[in-house]
Write a protein that binds this ligand. Sequence first.
Ligand code: ZN
Length: 134
Amino acid sequence: MSDLIYLDVKTEKRGQFIDVTPEILKVIADSGIKDGTIELFVPHTTAAITINENADPSVRSDILSYLEKLIPQNGRFSHSEGNSDAHIKSSLIGARLSIFVSGGEPVLGTWQGIYFCEFDGPRNRKLIVKIKSD
Ligand code: ZN
């Protein structure tokens, strides 16, 4: 049994990948849970959550720039808010992640980091986390 934890994520650009791995490490450490699962959920329709390379920042900028080529902000959309591209990018990347926890650490590959993906910033966002013990 555990409660939901609401983390604040402040984004500074329209499109941005923010490394939230340190915040997730802290949630796990504070919980005292050694083995279980951590669930991450983004309660927004123009943001997302993903895992990708934590070494070369150009990987993140390549993902953003290719998503922009695929789904340009100034494309022809029915939705009239001017952020249709961000809605589509959000659905492509996804709103939820589940990561195993083992020995008090998230089970991630050497080159993996956890990224909050902003597609319609800058905004004040939330990332909802739940950690469950096995
Ligand atoms: Zn919209």
